[in-house]
Design a protein around this ligand. Structure first.
Ligand code: NAP
Length: 893
């Protein structure tokens, strides 16, 4: 271990250190330990009189952690882990505070902490490359690096209710609870606020008070903690292999080692869902109920509603007065979109005769008077008011140690006027050598904070060591990297349901605060891997400078893929599959069949019917998907993907089901014949013949007679496009619209997308070459029946062309759309940013493809002359709700 470099005090009384840290809670303590081990001199400054951070201030009755304590612990030192034993599954605030004191003593950290010290000003001195801090005690600190370990929920928000200062009784804030005992016995007490703090405090206050009146504006979901000793099975799991238990937590989504649930709600029966829910209710674990029931509950409105209804049922069971139960039941947000609470006897407390619930939605508070609280309907006389009204979260604690003035005199509050801008939630462009631990834009409060804090501290201190070794003295995020991170944050936000609730996660609890999901919703494991990628890509997005003009800047955007696409591609890369073309045609078909068999078929539709249809020289199988709504429905003929070589009428089943449900149309997926057994132009001719037969038999198939539509994906979109040209030239059938998803349209391979995306995005350039070789000889390749871009484009049906950014076929799809538009065909384009060739059809995995499918279904309905399918209830799917919509450009004039 390197000896710590000494902190020195100059003649003018300025303390000079390598690093100044604000905060002596979980993050500040670990930082001090790591910095000292790295040989960097450091001082921590904290307004409190002892260590503990949030656990120093939040001393209200019932305060406990809501992540199991064996997981809510430091993991950096196995000896520390053995030296401390938690007494409860969810430890109380005093026990957690004792633990942090124990850690401070064990590593002798207090000697580097200045308690009772608040930073009042921090200014970057560009010439000296140092931050200069002034404090409330008058002492000044000069540091090379300034690290905010201020916590996410440390700055209580004002109550925003008139007359608080008029009240003559006692007033307490849960986030600033006194150190002395607060006596509530025999008193008339009010609690305002029913978030986690209120829900923990209310049952204990009710036991002491003569009467408790709870003023509730918005009900929260709460599940029982089922507290007790640490669960034996979890402790045994941890002890059996501590290292792998901790490693799993670090790579998980929430920072707690539960395996990823893969089953989705609609694959389970009602009984199975109820059984899973009851197990979760009995388990008393927020992370468990948020991650283990069914995979779609955090990302899909319907999957979430099933769980939310089951919790509502529990509330009605527990609370005896139906009116009170109704008032306590949340209906304004999906379960988990707002932080759910962990309680002990919360709902049952409302069955006590000394507890009254006031529903502020029906009778808002008018004012606080000298003797109590007045609403529209009542006056409550009170001795004590407890404000459990929450925090100015994520940014409040950083802003509380303002002003922070960066390069060129820029103030952080100005830079953040429209919401926090960060790179990785760790740094801010324009503020060199400033770091935030669990800052906005990092997983922080959507994770087990202990795990996220350790990851941030390790990343930051490792960077400082690396800079010292490389001779750099400043580090700063670039504007481009920061803008890229904002884009990635927005993409992640479309993935989860957090954007659908007004919460402190989004800044909605503080009047006037900029709105937007502040914590990183992409998960702890993915986030960790992104931070590591930044380092392995030569500190991508950072500018580093040093003496004598030394400079390094690898500028760029760390994540350009949609977050779920990134996960899928990483998973595929980890599988280290040989190129598909190595298997041969039959081997590749077998592989695809096995791949599809492991995948859920898709959501239920009204009816699924298999049949065959005649074509010259044989017959083709088809599968028909009928919506559950009353018919007859318009008919769409669908052609699957697979390079004219692979796939069949069921290989795009999840996509067909999803589109059938969304568009309200019959999808008939056709098993056209494949190469190399049936080379060009068989697929094209089969496509045309099948469309004609289906159009002629529309009524027999239960569809609406009249024009049909065609659609396809990849080579199937090629067949669909060609079918439209053949139908125009051969006198029918009438086609009212074409949906082309990532279509093959041309035999030229020199467009940029073929080179930019040649490898790494599943559909490779060499796989496309292989498909072309199997299907079509070079002499035939310019025939419009395989290269429709070379055909006549006038007089084609209206088209919707979807292309994906990271797809070799992107540019030929765009070219086809533009050429059709130029020929007078009404065309809409969807350019799916951050997506790859399979994104829009991987219904069960690529959640960010939903908005694209909504737009495609709506286009189909327009082709069929039907009204839009967006319903008021489909909040998750309405384009206005999508934070980062795919770019849609109407190429039609
Ligand atoms: P919170 O979740 O923001 O809850 C604040 C409550 O006060 C809400 O019910 C809010 O209603 C209400 N409120 C705010 N201003 C009001 C006003 N002017 N009039 C009436 N009601 C008002 O804050 P919190 O309970 O302190 O919890 C914050 C977070 O801290 C938690 O979500 C959790 O992450 C963390 N925490 C954790 C634990 C733990 O178990 N470890 C314990 C406590 C806190 P609206 O919803 O209508 O705004």
């Amino acid at each position: 271990m390197l000896a710590a470099s000494a902190s020195e005090t100059t003649k003018s009384g300025v303390q000079r250190v390598d690093v100044a840290v604000v905060g002596a809670g979980f993050a500040g303590l670990y930082l001090l330990h790591r910095l000292r081990k790295a040989g960097l001199s450091a001082v921590a400054l904290d307004a409190a009189s002892d260590v503990g951070g949030t656990w120093y201030w939040n001393r209200y009755p019932g305060a406990r952690c809501d992540i199991q304590t064996i997981d809510y612990s430091y993991t950096f030192d196995p000896e520390l882990e053995s030296a401390w034993k938690w007494s409860e599954k969810y430890a109380t605030q005093p026990e957690i505070l004792r633990y942090l004191g124990f850690v401070a003593d064990r590593y002798d950290l207090r000697r580097d902490i200045r308690f009772g010290t608040k930073v009042t000003n921090a200014t970057w001195d560009g010439a000296a490359e140092r931050w200069l801090l002034t404090t409330n005690s008058g002492a000044t600190v000069s540091c090379r690096y300034y690290i905010m370990a201020t916590g996410c929920l440390s700055s209580p928000k004002p109550p925003e209710i008139d007359g608080v200062s008029d009240f003559k009784g006692e007033v307490y804030f849960t986030g600033r609870w006194p150190h002395e005992e607060v006596k509530l016995a025999g008193k008339r007490v009010a609690v305002i606020g029913t978030g986690s703090s209120g829900i923990q405090a209310i049952p204990l206050i009710a036991e002491q008070a003569a009467h408790l009146t709870v003023f509730q504006r918005t009900p929260s979901f709460a599940i029982p903690a089922q507290n007790g000793p640490p669960p034996a099975d979890r402790v045994a799991l941890l002890k059996s292999d501590r290292a792998s238990y901790r490693a799993q937590a670090r790579d998980s989504l929430a920072g707690v080692p539960w395996p990823q649930s893969t089953v989705v709600s609609w694959q389970l029966s009602d009984a199975e869902r109820r059984e899973r829910f009851e197990t979760a209710w009995a388990a008393g674990d927020l992370v468990y109920i948020l991650t283990q029931l069914w995979a779609d509950q955090g990302v899909d409105f319907e999957g979430n509603a099933v769980l939310a209804d089951l919790v509502r049922e529990k509330i009605r069971e527990i609370v005896k007065n139906p009116e009170t139960a109704a008032a306590l039941t949340p209906h304004d947000h999906p379960f988990g979109a707002k932080r759910p609470c962990l309680d002990t006897n919360y709902y049952a407390t409302y069955n006590r005769p000394n507890v009254t619930l006031v529903n502020l939605r029906q009778e808002p508070i008018k004012s606080i008077t000298a003797s109590g609280i007045k609403t529209d309907k009542r006056t409550a006389d009170l001795d004590v008011i407890v404000f459990a009204t929450g925090f100015d979260a994520m940014t409040g604690a950083i802003m509380a140690v303002h002003p922070i003035t960066g390069r060129g005199g820029k103030s952080l509050s100005d830079v953040w006027t429209h919401g926090p801008q960060t790179y990785l939630g760790l740094t801010v462009a324009g503020f060199p050598n400033l770091f935030m631990i669990t800052g906005p834009g990092s997983p922080s409060v959507l994770s087990n904070m202990a795990v996220s804090i350790e990851q941030h501290v390790d990343w930051v201190v490792d960077r400082l060591i690396a800079m010292r070794e490389a001779g750099f003295t400043t580090i700063e995020a670039t504007e481009m990297a920061q803008a890229g991170w904002a884009q990635h944050m927005a993409d992640c936000s479309t993935l989860t349901l957090h954007r659908l609730a007004n919460t402190w996660y989004t800044g909605a609890n503080v009047p006037g605060k900029a709105q937007g999901v502040m914590p990183y919703p992409g998960g702890v494991g993915p986030y960790r891997s992104i931070c590591n990628e930044v380092v392995s890509h030569n500190m991508l997005g950072f500018r580093l400078t040093g003496p004598n003009g030394a400079e390094q800047c690898n500028d760029g955007q760390i994540v350009r893929l949609q977050p779920d696409v990134r996960l899928v591609l990483n998973m595929l890369a980890d599988m280290k599959l040989p190129p598909l073309e190595c298997f041969g045609a039959q081997g590749a078909r077998d592989f695809l069949a096995a791949f599809n068999a492991a995948r859920p078929a898709g959501r239920p539709v009204g009816d699924v019917v298999d049949g065959t249809l005649p074509v010259t020289g044989g017959s083709l199988p088809y599968r028909l998907y009928r919506p559950a709504t009353p018919g007859p429905h318009p008919i769409l003929v669908y052609f699957h993907g697979g390079g004219w070589v692979l796939g069949d009428q069921v290989s795009d089943e999840p996509f067909c089901r999803d589109m059938c449900r969304r568009s309200g149309m019959i999808f008939v997926s056709v098993g056209y014949r494949h190469a190399p057994e049936h080379r060009f132009p068989t697929a094209a001719e089969d496509g045309y013949a099948a469309t004609r037969w289906i159009a002629e038999h529309a009524a027999d198939l239960g569809g609406k007679p009249g024009p049909v539509m065609v659609a396809g994906w990849s080579a199937g979109a090629n067949v669909a496009a060609v079918t439209c040209q053949l139908a125009r030239d051969r006198g029918g059938p009438q086609i009212s619209g074409q949906l082309l998803v990532c279509p093959v349209t041309d035999c030229t391979f020199d467009r940029p997308s073929y080179n930019d995306n040649a490898t790494g995005y599943f559909l490779t350039r060499s796989l496309m070459f292989w498909f072309w070789d199997l299907y079509c000889s070079p002499a035939d390749r310019t025939d419009p029946r395989v290269s429709p871009l070379r055909g006549k484009l006038q007089g084609l049906p209206p088209a919707f062309v979807a292309t994906c950014e990271f797809d070799p076929l992107r540019d030929e799809g765009v070219a086809y759309a533009e050429a059709m538009a130029a020929a007078g065909v009404p065309v809409e384009q969807l350019k799916a940013r951050g997506h790859f060739h399979m994104s829009l059809t991987m219904v069960d995995v690529v959640i960010t493809g939903v908005s694209g499918r909504v737009q495609m279904a709506d286009a189909l309905r327009r082709f069929a002359g039907l009204p839009s399918a967006w319903r008021e209830g489909d909040v998750g799917f309405r384009p206005s709700q999508v934070v980062a919509p795919h770019e849609i450009a109407s190429a039609a004039e």
